[in-house]
Design a protein around this ligand. Structure first.
Ligand SMILES: [Zn+2]
Length: 227
C-alpha cells in the first residue's frame, strides 16, 4: 500500500480534533519511516526484485521492528503519547481524543499493509507472517489505493471548513498523488538498491508532509477572520 495510506490522514482530520494534516501524514506512514530508517542503518532488510509482485518490487523479508503486529501496536502507542509534547512544543491545541486518533492513524498503516503485502508481515519478531497479497493483482490493488484516497479526500473536504482556493489545492494534491501511484504501479523501472529505496521513502514521504503542511496554511488567517 502506498498513497492509500493517506486516505486515513485525510479522513481523520476534522474541525473538532484539529490535528494538523501534516502530523497525520507522518502518522499514517510512521511505520514506514521507522522501516526506512532501520534499512538505512542495516538493521532491517529488503530486496528489490523486478516482478516480485505485480504491484510492487519490494521483498521486505526482514522488518520485525517496524512491521510486526506487536511493534505496530507499540509504535502506535508511542505516537499517541508523543502527540502531547509535540503539541506543546509547537503551540498546537491538544486534546486527549486527538492523541488517540493519531495512534489509530499509525496503526492503520499495518492494517492497510496487511491487505496489500504478500505474506511478509510478522505477528511477533520475524514469526507467523501474514499478508493478503493484493499486490499480486495489479489493477485491483491500484483501484483500492485510489478509491481509498478519494474517499479520504471527500471526507476531508466535507468535514473541514476552508476557503475555495484550499479546496482546489487539496484536490490538485490528490490528483498529484494519483499520478505518483500510477508511476509506482505501472511505470517500469530498474530496481533500486535497498538503501536507495529507503532514501526514496524518506524523501517522497517527507515531500508529501511538507505539501500537507502548506496546504493548511493556504489563507488560514483569512479563515480565522471569517470565524
Ligand atoms: Zn509499510
Amino acid at each position: 500500500m502506498f498513497v492509500g495510506h493517506y486516505s486515513v490522514a485525510f479522513a481523520a482530520k476534522t474541525e473538532r480534533n484539529r490535528i494538523p494534516l501534516w502530523v497525520l501524514f507522518i502518522a499514517v506512514q510512521f511505520l514506514d519511516y521507522i522501516w526506512a530508517t532501520l534499512v538505512l542503518l542495516g538493521i532491517e532488510k529488503l530486496r528489490v526484485i523486478k516482478g516480485f509482485t505485480a504491484g510492487s518490487m519490494i521483498d521486505s523479508y526482514f522488518h520485525p521492528y517496524s512491521h510486526s503486529l506487536i511493534m505496530a501496536i507499540l509504535w502506535s502507542c508511542v505516537a499517541a503519547v508523543a502527540y502531547k509534547p509535540l503539541c506543546s512544543w509547537l503551540g498546537y491545541s491538544y486534546k486527549k481524543s486527538a492523541a488517540f486518533i493519531v495512534g489509530i492513524a499509525v496503526f492503520s498503516h499495518w492494517i492497510l499493509d496487511l491487505i496489500a503485502h504478500p505474506r511478509d508481515l510478522p505477528i511477533y519478531d520475524n514469526k507467523w507472517k501474514v499478508g493478503f497479497g493484493l499486490w499480486n493483482y495489479r489493477a485491483p490493488e491500484f483501484a483500492l489505493e485510489i478509491g481509498l484516497l478519494a474517499v479520504g479526500i471527500v471526507l476531508y473536504l466535507a468535514r473541514n471548513v476552508m476557503p475555495v482556493i484550499r479546496r482546489i489545492a487539496v484536490i490538485a494534491f490528490g490528483l498529484a498523488l494519483v499520478v505518483v501511484q500510477i508511476g509506482d504501479t505501472y511505470v517500469p523501472r530498474t530496481p533500486l538498491t535497498s538503501k536507495a529505496t529507503a532514501m526514496g521513502v524518506w524523501v517522497f514521504y517527507t515531500l508529501f508532509v511538507v505539501v500537507a503542511f502548506f496546504l493548511e496554511k493556504i489563507r488560514s488567517r483569512k479563515q480565522i477572520d471569517v470565524r
